[in-house]
Design a binder for this molecule. Structure first.
Ligand SMILES: C[S@@+](CC[C@H](N)C(=O)[O-])C[C@H]1O[C@@H](n2cnc3c(N)ncnc32)[C@H](O)[C@@H]1O
Length: 180
């Protein structure tokens, strides 16, 4: 409900995405991103309180609601998502569950993986964070898929993923509910 209320106030924000039919080659399939850099600049810390959460803390916090992080439909809204440290870990956990159940069935995997992606929402006030977050989720999702099934067979599938990310990971001010 909260996520619906907030999302209603934002128009979608268009960014360039990686090529949709190729495996993002520089990213290992189990690589969820670089957690080592927690601060981009002192100015951003002062202006936006931007300090990314470390992988250990992300996991410790998500473990407090572990069953929810593994339940495909459970929804997560990150109102200050940064470059996606929490969202990528939730996606990793959900896709791991889906892989356990549907690795032998591409169509079922595709259906549940899209459902998992649809359950993740993020807002950030800085556009480079929004772009990084979307690209990171896209790269992880695509690598996992291609490890299991090879290249996307339906060209609509990657555009669906892109569409979901553009709609769900958005630029805005989560406090004022205004576009930024
Ligand atoms: C402490 S960082 C946390 C980032 C991420 N949640 C993490 O744990 O790695 C805070 C984030 O909130 C963003 N932010 C600050 N004020 C905001 C606002 N009013 N609305 C949305 N995002 C905001 C910053 O750009 C920054 O990425």
């Amino acid at each position: 409900m909260l996520s619906r209320l907030i999302l209603k106030h934002f128009s979608w924000y268009n960014v360039t995405m990686p090529s949709i039919m190729e495996k993002p080659s520089e990213t290992a399939s189990n690589f969820t991103g670089d957690y080592s850099k927690q601060v981009v600049s002192r100015k951003r810390v002062a202006d936006y309180g931007e300090v990314y959460t470390s992988e250990r803390e992300v996991n410790a916090m998500l473990d407090l609601v572990k069953p929810e992080t593994e339940r495909i439909e459970s929804r997560f809204l990150e109102p200050a998502c940064g470059n996606g440290n929490f969202l990528i870990e939730v996606l990793r956990r959900k896709l791991a569950k889906i892989t356990e159940r549907y690795a032998q069935n591409r169509l079922e995997y595709e259906r549940y993986a899209v459902s998992a992606l649809c359950s993740l929402y993020g807002i950030d006030i800085l556009d480079d964070n929004v772009i990084q977050c979307r690209n990171r989720l896209y790269a992880y999702f695509t690598n996992k898929y291609m490890d299991l099934f090879g290249l996307y067979q339906d060209e609509n599938y990657p555009s669906t993923i892109k569409f979901i990310l553009e709609r769900n990971i958005i630029l805005g001010d989560a406090l004022t509910l205004r576009n930024h």
